[in-house]
Design a protein around this ligand. Structure first.
Ligand code: GDP
Ligand code: GDP
Length: 448
């Protein structure tokens, strides 16, 4: 078990700490006891902000004390809270501007090692602008304009907090591959589509084979090799689960059948999956089933029409497969479709280039800022429906993970969001934010 990250709220009296605390904890457990003498130095609660979970510690409760000095007890308590925290939210009142007490708090926050985010509260409307600008002078990173009372700036606060907070939703982001990590590629398809020929062609042309290398699992084998792109760049590729292919190529065991299950075994370990089709046969139901599975598994998919050297009526064949794919794979439109010839080597560089490109999209992360600018436009262009006369309110969208990209949508009455609207958003994310045809997941959640 690991503990929840701890966020401390610090600031002089009346800047809005309790208001923020209540907003983040979501219940009124923050209510303080009004009787004098009752200890109310610290309040703690479990908080959630757009899917980030953390423990929040509020150091409010010093209203009785002289606001112009930093009294010993306040300092002590606040310091204890801050030094035990992963990050401190230093709240100021944008309307009141920076007071001497703010400067004093800033001084000792600067002398500690807890990271500090300056939260310029009460920044709704114009009255807070000057205060937000003054807050730069406190000597921390850019202040986050915020309104605890109106809930404005939540996304910016989320962005500022996220680097300091670990959460399982975000672990995937940390696993993102080092630039240039080998592209994990699987080639699947029905028997006789030309998989062995393709693999042999690729490997035969490259002299850089560093495998075969047993690894991944007992019955799965990876071959590492390096692809030299047409521009001369050398890029590592790991071909997944080629054991069956090589064996077959050797003994010409034409009885071996590639089932959907076999294909999926390779898919598990791949980032990008190439589904190879025989152009002389076209697209069949089993191909669509494999393609669908690959997408359901969240892998990036590319379709390659092999044996293009002997294809008849190429333009109409290509168009027919394109249409059948777009109709058959309802969840993703525009899956890359390429033509290759494993026998002649035609189109193989383009196929590998497309695989790298698709992996980039699959691994891509957009900033919450960019995402929400797009989101606002998408909502304006096509507002969510109002089932039973009650409008569904969609508030924020965040990208919770990559590989494949996953998004969380927050709002009220989201359980009534129709599938068509969801698809509208997912398609928009894909097309307008550069995710191409990779599978994009969207989870909806009502904020706590
Ligand atoms: P604390 O002493 O720092 O805990 O501050 P409180 O949360 O008790 O807030 C002090 C006062 O500021 C209260 O009257 C709040 O209603 C008000 N307040 C809190 N947040 C905002 C805000 O974002 N905008 C405005 N205009 N007032 C706020
Ligand atoms: P696998 O079962 O998917 O591994 O398919 P194979 O690689 O064994 O190929 C099946 C047959 O198709 C073999 O006779 C290959 O020579 C032939 N073949 C594979 N690729 C091509 C191609 O690009 N063009 C042509 N004309 N024949 C091909």
């Amino acid at each position: 078990m690991h503990r929840l990250p701890i966020v401390a709220i610090v600031g002089r009296p009346n800047v809005g700490k309790s208001t923020l605390f209540n907003r983040l904890v979501g219940k009124r457990l923050a209510l303080v006891d009004d009787r004098p003498g009752v200890t109310r130095d610290r309040r703690e609660g479990d908080a959630e902000l757009l899917g980030l979970d953390f423990r929040i510690v509020d150091t409010a409760g010093f209203e009785d004390e002289d606001p112009d000095t930093l009294p010993g007890r306040m300092r002590q308590q606040t310091q204890a809270a801050v030094s035990g925290a992963d990050v401190a939210l230093f709240m100021i009142d944008s309307r009141a501007g920076i007071l001497p007490l703010d400067e004093e708090i800033a001084r000792w926050l600067r002398s500690g090692d807890t990271p500090v985010i300056v939260l310029a509260n009460k920044a709704e409307g114009k009255a807070g602008e000057a205060g937000v600008n003054e807050a730069f002078a406190l000597g921390f990173a850019e202040p986050v304009p915020f309104s605890a009372e109106h809930g404005e700036g939540i996304v910016d606060l989320f962005e500022a907090l996220r680097p300091h907070i670990e959460h399982e939703d975000f672990e995937a982001a940390e696993e993102e591959p080092e630039e240039g990590g080998p592209l994990k590629l699987a080639i699947v398809g029905r028997p006789n589509a030309g998989k062995s020929t393709l693999v042999n062609r690729i490997l035969g042309e490259e002299r850089m084979i560093t495998g075969p290398e047993a690894g991944i699992t007992r019955d799965s084998i990876a071959i590492d090799w390096e692809w030299t792109a047409p521009d001369g760049e050398v890029k590592p590729v790991r071909l997944i689960d080629t054991a069956g292919l090589r064996k077959k190529a050797k003994v010409q065991d034409k009885l071996e059948k590639l089932s959907v299950a076999d294909a999926l075994h390779a898919v598990d370990f791949a980032e990008v999956v190439v589904l190879l089709l025989d152009a002389t046969l076209g697209l069949e139901a089993q191909d669509l089933r494999i393609a669908d599975k690959v997408l359901q598994e969240g892998r990036a998919l590319i379709i390659a029409l092999n044996k293009w050297d002997v294809a008849e009526h190429p333009p109409s064949l290509f168009q027919g497969v394109r249409t059948a794919l777009d109709e058959g794979l309802a969840q993703v439109k525009g899956v890359p479709l390429l033509t290759v010839s494993a026998a002649t080597g035609r189109g193989i560089d383009q196929l590998l280039a497309a695989a790298f490109e698709t992996r980039d999209a699959w691994s891509k992360r957009v900033s919450t800022g960019q995402l929400n600018r797009w989101f606002e436009k998408a909502l304006t262009a096509n507002p969510p429906p109002a089932p039973g006369g009650k409008r569904i309110k969609l508030r924020y969208l965040t990208q919770a993970k990559t590989r494949p990209p996953g998004f969380i949508l927050f709002g009220t009455r989201v359980d009534q969001l129709p599938e068509s609207y969801r698809r509208y958003l997912v398609n928009g994310i894909r097309k307008e934010l550069g995710f191409g045809a990779v599978p994009v997941r969207l989870t909806v959640r009502a904020p706590k």
